[in-house]
Design a binder for this molecule. Structure first.
Ligand code: AMP
Length: 214
């Protein structure tokens, strides 16, 4: 299975990708997590992308394209993989097709988690993220067992800067303008699977598994 996950910020991509990648035994990458780690480390790349991320804008295509390309070249793409948060625009999607063509494989499907905007705002305002491993929780819908501590690795949970309401609005606008056209890109290639992303984590997970024939 070679999959990409699409959907607005807060649709549940990170949570579902982590569960599915574990069950399928295939590697996954979240470009947002990679970029956040770069910012935290203070690297040259981190300095370059920090401003874009804080404003809720897309970082330049060349940066993310090279991150994804390097990662794909380091794994066995024939055994499968999942991308979370990439592609975010049509250029990134067509560059992904080029990379996969060069590696001699094809994408299996693009999974679109469909969640309406008012539900997104509700989710993001209560979202907590693990500083160490990137796992996500929600103060109300998916609380950690211990306050502000990750169930999986014990890391510190915090509210992402870009989960503030004004930045969430910007990210939603960027999503509507840049990422929504990616849906048509995959629909035209008959690779788009639309999943209703409203509901419990397990419920949505079952829908995804059914859609990909698991
Ligand atoms: P995420 O964790 O997926 O919500 O991503 C957080 C932020 O990282 C986004 O708002 C962008 O600034 C940046 N980012 C992540 N993935 C991409 C991508 N594929 N293209 C451009 N920017 C990205």
């Amino acid at each position: 299975m070679r999959l990409v996950f699409l959907g607005p910020p807060g649709a549940g991509k990170g949570t579902q990708v982590k569960m599915l990648s574990k069950e399928l035994g295939v590697p996954s990458i979240a470009t947002g997590d990679v970029l956040r780690l770069e910012v935290a480390s203070g690297s040259e790349l981190g300095k370059l992308v920090k401003g874009y991320m804080e404003r809720g804008e897309l970082v330049p295509d060349d940066v993310v394209i090279s991150v994804v390309e390097k990662w794909l070249k380091g794994i066995d793409v024939k055994k499968g993989f999942i991308l979370d948060g990439y592609p975010r625009n049509v250029r990134q999607a067509s560059e992904l097709d080029r990379m996969l063509r060069e590696l001699g494989v094809e994408l299996t499907a693009a999974i679109y988690l469909n969640v309406p905007e008012d539900e997104i705002v509700r989710r993001l305002s209560g979202r907590l993220t693990c500083r160490a491993c990137g796992a996500v929780y929600h103060v109300e819908f998916n609380p950690p067992k211990e306050d502000l501590k990750c169930d999986l690795c014990g890391g510190e949970l915090y509210q992402r800067e870009d989960d503030r309401e004004d930045v969430v609005r910007r990210r939603f606008k960027v999503y509507t303008e840049s990422t929504r056209p990616v849906l048509d890109y995959y629909r035209e290639k008959s690779k788009l699977l639309v999943i209703d992303g409203v509901g419990g984590i397990e419920e949505v997970y079952e829908r995804i598994k059914r859609a990909i024939g698991l």
